[in-house]
Design a binder for this molecule. Structure first.
Ligand SMILES: C[S@@+](CC[C@H](N)C(=O)[O-])C[C@H]1O[C@@H](n2cnc3c(N)ncnc32)[C@H](O)[C@@H]1O
Length: 251
């Protein structure tokens, strides 16, 4: 029989039933989808673009390769990968949330991106792809929202080709003490206010701040990736560890 801990998950600072978390996360992203890109720029002062650029640089992606942008949302990484792999390659933008996928698809079509992108509604915990499919998988600001992160990491390992790499871009634990205090004040007091004014939704941005605090720190995530089977796992702290990029390989 499953223990209490196995049946529950964190939703921000609250402990909820696992099934309930998936529904609550879905509500957050249905609610923020239309304003997601604007809020990203406002909340991070545009710095998320630099974090994402660094992720692309670490991807090692070449023409004609196959990439999975998991929890890809509005497709910032997908757009860049699409150009890099070219017409002979393929990018799959996968996300569990239909509203985020819809915004992503419309945005990429309006940008006139070449026709090498497929859109798939999928849960990271049970990826609907054959073993050994992708040269590279990215999950950017997505893993934090997944109910069973270990299961999702194992699923990513399964669909990655031998020689392929996983890149996890996610909020992490600031490594500079004074930065940590300012960051806490900003995320718990200012973020929900910006959310209220711009997206009429303070609650979703309160969840954002809380979920960041509950997410595994750099070393813990590194251990989780190794446990899921990834080799040579390492990470780069970005902006003083506010964000970290973890990278692991399947050999
Ligand atoms: C903060 S957004 C990140 C979007 C995009 N990757 C970016 O960096 O801008 C998080 C995304 O994770 C998706 N997500 C949450 N849980 C998921 C799951 N279990 N499987 C796949 N996607 C999930 C959400 O629907 C949402 O689009």
């Amino acid at each position: 029989m499953a223990s209490e801990q196995e049946k529950t998950a964190d939703f921000g600072f609250r402990t909820v039933a696992k099934d309930e978390k998936e529904v609550m996360v879905a509500e957050v992203f249905h609610s923020v989808a239309a304003k997601y890109d604007l809020m990203n720029d406002l909340m991070s002062f545009g710095i998320h673009r630099i974090w994402k650029r660094f992720t692309i640089e670490c991807s090692g992606i070449r023409r004609n390769q196959c990439v999975l942008d998991l929890a890809g949302g509005t497709g910032d990484l997908t757009a860049r990968f699409s150009r890099m792999v070219g017409e002979g390659g393929e990018v799959i933008l996968a996300d569990i949330n239909a509203s985020m996928l819809k915004v992503g698809r419309e945005k990429l079509r309006n940008k006139g991106i070449i026709d090498n992108i497929n859109y798939v509604q999928a849960n990271a915990e049970a990826l609907p792809f054959p073993d050994n499919t992708f040269d590279c998988i990215t999950i950017s600001f997505g893993l934090r929202n997944v109910t069973d992160k270990n299961k999702a990491l194992r699923s990513m390992y399964r669909v990655l080709k031998p020689g392929g790499r996983l890149l996890v871009l996610e909020f992490s634990k600031p490594v500079v003490k004074p930065l940590s205090k300012v960051y806490d004040a900003y995320s718990f007091h200012i973020l929900p206010k910006i959310g209220e004014v711009v997206a009429s939704d303070a609650g979703s941005y309160r969840y954002l701040a809380e979920s960041i605090r509950m997410h595994p720190d750099q070393e813990t995530l590194k251990g989780m990736m190794s446990d899921a089977g990834f080799d040579s796992v390492n990470y780069f702290n970005l902006t003083g560890g506010i964000v970290a990029l973890h990278r692991g390989f399947k050999f």
